[in-house]
Design a protein around this ligand. Structure first.
Ligand code: BG6
Ligand code: MG
Length: 229
């Protein structure tokens, strides 16, 4: 395996990389969708990885229409209310997150990277990222955080990871991004950073979504840390 060269920082995505909030997001969307009789399946859920709240609801409605012929349309106000309702369900579930809820290998690799003298940071599209980070009790380890309230353009736009690098005063090419979402890998690639994809190969289909390195999960990534850093 190639070693990472000239690296000064590792920027982690949060949902689906440090902790499995993806399940909580899915459950919150599913509850709202069920109440509205909007068809919602696993495949649709996987398309929401790393995608903003607004875009997620657009995808849910597009998929429901295309796959199941769901015809109902929502006014702007109704659409916003659906997003708010989902977020309420998601916020309710955040109280279940404790330091034990980091994904296998995530804590270990963060500690290792820090011990090697690299900076570590988080770039999350979530407007709830702060609450999640607080419940995981990892904030003291982080050199920078940028969350969904601080950006104008969602992933796959490079803004989020570039903002994290800017906060740390680092050149983009000196940063590595760790992402479970195709949109996130695309964002890192577009931002001129090294990208590490976490998840199955099929997830990163398009050319611009291909990560420089890929691991099946955080445990797999952690097991290769000595070779990489
Ligand atoms: C991303 C998640 O981190 O944040 C997405 O992967 C989510 O599933 C997005 O939609 C926005 O999160 P929030 O908490 O602002 O609705
Ligand atoms: Mg993610």
């Amino acid at each position: 395996m190639k070693k990472l060269k000239n690296i000064k920082a590792v920027i982690f995505d949060l949902d689906g990389v440090i902790t499995e909030t993806s399940d909580l997001h899915t459950r919150a969307w599913k509850k709202m969708a069920d109440e509205e009789n909007i068809p919602f399946d696993e495949k649709t859920a996987d398309k929401l990885r790393g995608v903003s709240r607004r875009r997620s609801l657009e995808i849910i409605l597009e998929e429901a229409k295309n796959k199941y012929g769901f015809e109902k349309t929502y006014t702007k106000e109704e659409f916003n209310k659906l997003m708010t309702r989902k977020n309420g369900y998601y916020r309710d579930s955040l109280s279940t997150i404790t330091p034990d809820n980091t994904l296998d290998g995530a804590k270990e690799i963060m500690d290792f990277i820090k011990s090697r003298g690299y900076k570590i940071a988080i770039g999350s599209s979530s407007k709830n990222a702060e609450a999640v980070i607080k419940n995981l009790k990892i904030e003291d380890q982080l050199d920078a955080v940028v969350n969904g309230t601080e950006i104008t353009h969602s992933k796959p736009h490079p803004e989020i990871f570039q903002s994290v690098a800017d906060k740390m005063g680092l050149a983009y090419e000196h940063c590595v991004v760790v992402e479970d979402a195709a949109a996130g890998v695309e964002s890192a690639n577009a931002g001129g950073m090294v990208s590490i994809g976490i998840g199955p190969q099929e997830r990163f289909k398009q050319e611009n979504e291909k990560p420089d390195f890929r691991f099946n999960d955080m445990s797999d990534f952690n097991s290769k840390k000595e070779e990489l850093f």
